[in-house]
Ligand binder design. Structure first.
Ligand SMILES: [Zn+2]
Length: 613
């Protein structure tokens, strides 16, 4: 959603104009229930409605699949489009003219020109492949040697670039495009000695690279057998349309099946993708280059809950394994790894064993963390031997903590990982926690966020924690319902009263806005917060609280926080007193003073904890 930063006014104007209940109502049958509307979630299969629209706040939230957000988010999810496309669609529907900076209008026309040039080039390459004489060798390679059929080739719009140096550059089909557009699209390259240009792709089979909407944004070329070109594969350079670290080959054709199966399979090359589709495995895509990036995952996440990486048996290096664990830890998506039988590539599996053979390889995929462990134990063969096993565990944990240190790790994710790692290594969660705990970290236990769906074994919940959670919710939902109460309660609340990372992030935002602007802009908040914190904020928002109840909830919440502060102070005093009697006096308070403070503490009215209702 980064692009929205340029259009804050547009976003607000569109959101103000849209009636979310009406918008959602077009595709979901909604029924009024209390302060919200409920219906069957359009984003996951369910029989009882858990999809809520809160009209007063302009947000929706599904308690089944956790999806939620504002009207723009809804359109993004419904139509599977990006932020700008959703914004534009809603603006059109509600008759709003978006404010465009001159620069963005210019960028838009450049992009359109590049798209037009690519689309013409794509037709040109297709035509060359079909040409009776020029395309013959390429057709033989594709249809006879590789075994592709015509129907698949035309679905992927495969083409051919002949060995002539200026076939594309001089073709009449490219006439409408100025030279600098062709240069910018990466279709041609400039000659050093004069002003002329020559074709980027020569003597290659062409695989057009399309975005999720099917628009041609770049090309990949594979050398013809016998060519003396140094690189087997050649991609278009980076252009305003195309970035290698973001594009997923085959996504336009795989999208539907990925949505249906919630699973995206990633293979290594274009030809593997095309062959998989030919055999009916149509949720298969590939990334360009070797490494799966966060941007790839973000694109795939829109359609999939799980990514299966298919590696060649020998090529699956440690780097790839580490990388997939890193991505698993930082991205809210399952990542599994499948390996091919020794010496086979996906192409061969499909041709020899068909769709069933390929699918059985995919279904043998294991979670990325297990895969990493498997590789580790293979390295330390005979892991039954105690020393070897200890060595394997050591290295595994250090790699895991390397992956953990690499990015923004979600605590819930980490907790889940530890429950997965424990049985592999034979260590308990507590032992693992101790090994990962670093002194620099806060004094909270590593596995702490006791969110919905947290594995029980990883989260030793005590009653006080759930009371804490409830109090945090009371305070936030009351402030969402009636921000004006900040005047009365603000001085009783601090961000430090919040314990989990996600609630702390929400409280910091909410308190900051109330202090600065006197009210909470929910849409700004949902824009700023990400991941778990955003989910949590939506969760609290959706538990819509009536304004009339807000004051009571704030009173109860603030009281709970006060009691917690007292309890912490009391245990600090007791601790100090104990140490003072053994001779040390860490806080500088005398035993008499400590005793007096403790007695004062004890005299305070004991306000009931938790409960609240
Ligand atoms: Zn749902």
């Amino acid at each position: 959603m980064a692009a929205s930063g340029n259009f804050p006014d547009n976003r607000q104007r569109v959101l103000d104009a849209v009636n979310l209940v009406k918008l959602v109502g077009n595709t979901v049958a909604l029924k009024r229930r209390g302060n919200s509307y409920v219906g069957l979630c359009p984003f996951h299969n369910e029989k009882t409605p858990s999809f809520n629209v809160i009209e007063s706040k302009g947000i929706f939230k599904c308690f089944g699949c956790n999806k939620g957000g504002n009207a723009i988010d809804f359109v993004m999810l419904r139509d599977r489009v990006d932020f700008l496309a959703a914004l534009e669609l809603l603006a059109r529907e509600s008759g709003i003219d978006l404010i465009r900076s001159p620069r963005s209008a210019q960028t838009a026309t450049i992009k359109q020109q590049l798209l037009d040039a690519n689309s013409a080039a794509c037709r040109f390459f297709e035509r060359t492949l079909a040409d009776a004489t020029i395309g013959q060798a390429a057709r033989e390679y594709l249809y006879v040697k590789r075994g592709f059929d015509l129907e698949t080739a035309s679905r992927f719009r495969l083409g051919y670039a002949s060995e002539a140096w200026e076939a594309l550059a001089r073709s009449s089909m490219m006439k409408p495009f100025p030279k600098d557009v062709l240069l910018q699209a990466g279709l041609v390259k400039p000659r050093e000695q004069d002003q002329s240009v020559y074709d980027t792709f020569r003597e290659r089979v062409i695989f057009p690279i399309r975005d999720e909407g099917g628009r041609v944004i770049a090309f990949g070329g594979r050398v013809m057998p016998g060519s003396d070109a140094p690189a087997k594969y050649l991609n278009s350079p980076e252009t305003p349309l195309f970035s290698k670290s973001r594009c997923v080959f085959g996504i336009d054709l795989a999208r539907q099946r990925i949505i249906e199966t919630r699973t995206a399979v990633i293979v290594e090359g274009y030809t593997d993708v095309v062959m998989a589709h030919q055999f009916g495995c149509t949720n298969v895509v590939s990334v360009l280059g070797t490494a799966l990036t966060e941007q790839h995952v973000q694109l795939l996440r829109r359609f999939a809950d799980k990514i299966v990486l298919l590696f060649d048996a020998d090529a699956a290096g440690d780097t790839a394994a580490d990388r997939s664990v890193e991505l698993f830890l930082s991205q809210p998506i399952e990542i599994e790894v499948a390996t091919l039988p020794d010496g086979l590539d996906p192409d061969e599996v499909l041709l020899k064993q068909g769709k069933a053979g390929f699918e059985s390889v995919i279904s043998s995929a294991i979670p990325a963390v297990d895969f990493m462990w498997k590789r580790m134990t293979q390295q330390f063969k005979g892991a039954t031997d105690t020393t070897n096993k200890a060595q394997a565990i050591d290295q595994f944990l250090s790699r895991l903590s390397g992956a953990k240190a690499s990015g923004n790790i979600d605590e819930l994710r980490w907790g889940q990982t530890l429950t997965r790692v424990a049985p592999l290594t034979g260590l308990t969660i507590q032992q693992l926690n101790r090994r990962f705990a670093r002194p620099s970290q806060s004094n909270r236990p590593v596995v702490q966020s006791a969110g919905v769906g947290a594995p029980d074994s990883a989260v030793p919940k005590v009653d006080r924690q759930s009371g804490q959670e409830r109090a945090e919710r009371w305070v936030l939902s009351a402030l969402f319902a009636e921000g004006a109460l900040w005047g009365e309660f603000g001085h009783l609340l601090t961000v430090d009263d919040f314990q989990s990372a996600r609630s702390t992030a929400v409280a910091a935002f909410v308190f900051g806005q109330l202090r600065g602007e006197g009210e909470v802009n929910i849409h700004d908040m949902l824009e700023v917060l990400t991941g778990e914190s955003r989910d949590y904020a939506l969760d609290v928002l959706a538990g819509d609280v009536a304004q009339a109840d807000a004051k009571k909830l704030l009173t109860d919440g603030a009281t709970f926080f006060q009691n917690e502060r007292d309890r912490r102070e009391q245990s600090r005093l007791t601790q100090n007193l104990r140490q003072t009697t053994t001779g040390e006096s860490p806080s500088g308070e005398s035993p008499v003073e400590l005793l007096r403070k403790l007695q004062e503490q004890a005299r305070r009215p004991d306000v009931r904890r938790g409960g609240g209702g």
